[in-house]
Design a protein around this ligand. Structure first.
Ligand SMILES: *Cc1c(COP(=O)(O)O)cnc(C)c1O
Length: 462
C-alpha cells in the first residue's frame, strides 16, 4: 500500500513514512494510492465483533506490513484499553431512525482520542525499533491538543508542542493541555485564532531546515494514520444497525474535515453509506462550498462549539483531489487561489461532491435550543458540537437510519451546556480534580520565528 500527495509533487510513501511525515513536502496531504474494498460478506462478518476486532479488520489492509499482525493487534488493544465504555463507541437512539454515536468515552472526552491513542502507540512502536527521536508540533482548537498530550506524555523519544489560540478554548480543554506534568509535553498559547496556529504549523513543515533539524512530525488531523483510525467507528456503528444489508447515513459535526473524511473512506471501502452530512456551526465555509459551489473564506467567528471554529478545513483538500480526478496540478492551483480568498468549484467536481455529501449549518441559538430540547425529549446531554450535528441531522431524516456523531462529552463544555439547559454537566470521576491541578503554559505572539526558537531551545535543554 503506497500513499501519494494530493499535489502530485512529493514522493509516494509507505504507511509508516506517511504517519511520521504528516504534511507532504509539496504542501499536499497523503492519501492511499488505492482504497481497498471490503466485500459485502466481509462487512457482514463484522457483526458481533468487538471494537478492537473490527478495528483490526478495517485498518489492516492499509498498514502494508509496516507492523506484524500480532504487533498491530497489540497496539490496538493498548490504544483502547483506557476507554471508559466496553463498547468504546456505543450507539444510543434519539428518535425513530435517529441514533447518536457516543465518541466521548476516551481519556480526554472527545472523539480525537480514538485516533490519537492509536497513533501514540504506533509512533512509539516505530521509534522504539530505531531509537530515533521526533518533535511533534500541532495546532488545536481545543480537543486535538489535549488528546495528543494525553497520548504522548512520558514517551522518551517524543517531544510534543501544542499551540492553541489564547482565550479561545474552554477551561476544561485548556486545563487538559496545561496540567500534564511530564516534561516532554509543552502547551503554547498563541495570540491569534486557530487558523493562525494552524498556519504556523504548516509554515514549520514547509521550512525544511527546521523540519529536518528537529525531526518534525505532525499529528494534526491531516495525518493519514489519524484518519484511518476514525474509519473504524463508521463500520462498527453501521454494522450494528444492519449494514451492509441496509444503507445508513451519517451526520458529522465538522471543522477540519478529518472525521467526515474518514466516513468518506469507509464509503469508498464499500460500506453502504447513503449520505454523509456535513454539519457546521456559523463558520459555514463547507456548507457554502457544498450548497453554492464556492469555497471562500470569510473569517472566523468564535462560537459555543469552538472545536469547529475554522475557516479553512485542511482535509477538504483530500476530497477535492478525488473530485478533480486526482489531478495534483489542479489541486495546487486551487490551493494557491485559496490563499487569495477562495475559488469556485468546477461543475464536474461539485457534482461528484454532492453525490457523497450534503450539508447544513446551525446558528448559536439553534445549538442551545437543541441541547435543551434533546435533553427534555431523550435525557441525553449533548455537547454543543454534537448539538450542531443533531440539529442538522434532524433536517435530513428520512427512511434511511441516520447516525449523528457525538464528538465530545458535555462536561468538556460546561458553560455552553449550562447556559442552554440550566444545569452544569459534571466531569467523570477520573477527571474530577482537574481544576485543582497546577497549570504550565507558555504564551507566545503569533510569530513563527519566535515559536521555532522556543521549540529548538526546549528540545536542546531536555
Ligand atoms: C475536532 C472536533 C470536531 C471537528 O472534527 P474535524 O475532524 O476537525 O472535522 C468536532 N467536534 C469536536 C468536539 C472536536 O473536538
Amino acid at each position: 500500500m503506497r500513499y501519494i500527495s494530493t499535489r502530485g509533487m512529493a514522493p509516494s510513501l509507505s504507511f509508516g513514512e506517511a504517519m511520521m511525515t504528516g504534511l507532504a513536502r509539496d504542501g499536499g496531504l497523503y492519501v492511499p494510492q488505492e482504497v481497498p474494498v471490503m466485500s459485502q460478506s466481509q462487512i457482514a462478518g463484522l457483526a458481533g465483533k468487538s471494537y478492537e476486532e473490527t478495528a483490526f479488520a478495517v485498518m489492516w489492509p492499509f498498514i502494508g506490513g509496516f507492523f506484524a499482525e500480532a504487533e498491530f493487534k497489540d497496539l490496538i488493544a493498548k490504544a483502547y484499553a483506557h476507554f471508559n465504555h466496553s463498547a468504546r463507541a456505543p450507539l444510543v437512539q434519539l428518535a425513530k431512525n435517529h441514533f447518536l454515536l457516543e465518541l466521548f468515552h476516551g481519556p480526554t472526552l472527545a472523539f480525537k482520542d480514538f485516533a490519537m491513542q492509536l497513533i501514540g502507540q504506533m509512533m512509539q512502536a516505530a521509534l522504539a525499533k530505531t531509537g530515533e527521536r521526533i518533535t511533534i508540533v500541532g495546532a488545536t482548537s481545543g480537543d486535538t491538543g489535549s488528546a495528543a498530550m494525553e497520548a504522548f506524555r512520558g514517551l522518551s523519544n517524543v517531544d510534543v508542542f501544542i499551540m492553541y489560540p489564547h482565550g479561545r478554548v474552554s477551561e476544561v480543554q485548556r486545563r487538559q493541555m496545561t496540567t500534564p506534568v511530564e516534561p516532554n509535553v509543552h502547551a503554547v498559547a498563541i495570540d491569534g485564532d486557530f487558523d493562525d496556529a494552524q498556519a504556523n504549523v504548516k509554515a514549520m513543515f514547509n521550512d525544511f531546515d527546521f523540519r529536518d533539524g528537529v525531526r518534525l512530525a505532525g499529528v494534526n488531523s491531516i495525518n493519514w494514520a489519524r484518519v484511518l483510525a476514525q474509519v473504524v467507528y463508521y463500520f462498527s456503528s453501521a454494522v450494528s444497525l444492519g449494514a451492509p444489508h441496509r444503507p445508513i447515513s451519517f451526520t458529522v459535526p465538522t471543522g477540519n474535515f478529518g472525521d467526515i473524511f474518514a466516513g468518506y473512506i469507509a464509503r469508498k471501502m464499500g460500506l453502504p453509506i447513503e449520505k454523509l452530512v456535513i454539519a457546521t456551526n456559523q463558520n459555514d465555509i463547507l456548507d457554502r462550498a457544498i450548497s453554492l459551489g464556492e469555497y471562500r473564506t470569510n473569517g472566523v467567528m468564535p462560537s459555543i462549539s469552538p472545536s469547529m471554529d475554522i475557516q479553512v478545513s485542511s482535509n477538504f483538500e483530500r476530497v477535492l483531489f478525488d473530485a478533480y480526478g486526482r489531478d495534483g496540478t489542479a489541486i495546487s492551483g486551487l490551493m494557491a487561489e485559496l490563499s487569495g480568498g477562495g475559488f469556485s468549484i468546477s461543475q464536474g467536481a461539485i457534482g461528484a461532491l454532492r453525490e457523497a455529501f450534503s450539508s447544513g449549518s446551525c446558528t448559536e441559538s439553534e445549538t442551545s435550543a437543541t441541547i435543551t430540547r434533546t435533553y427534555d425529549q431523550t435525557g441525553e446531554i449533548l455537547c454543543p458540537h454534537s448539538a450542531v450535528g443533531v440539529k442538522v441531522a434532524e433536517g435530513e431524516l428520512g427512511t434511511t437510519p441516520m447516525i449523528t456523531l457525538a464528538t465530545a462529552h458535555p462536561a468538556k463544555f460546561p458553560d455552553a451546556v449550562e447556559a442552554a439547559m440550566g444545569t452544569r454537566p459534571s466531569l467523570p470521576p477520573r477527571l474530577a480534580d482537574l481544576f485543582d491541578r497546577p497549570e504550565r503554559v507558555t504564551r507566545m505572539p503569533n510569530d513563527l520565528k519566535a515559536i521555532q526558537a522556543l521549540i529548538r531551545e526546549r528540545i536542546a535543554t531536555r
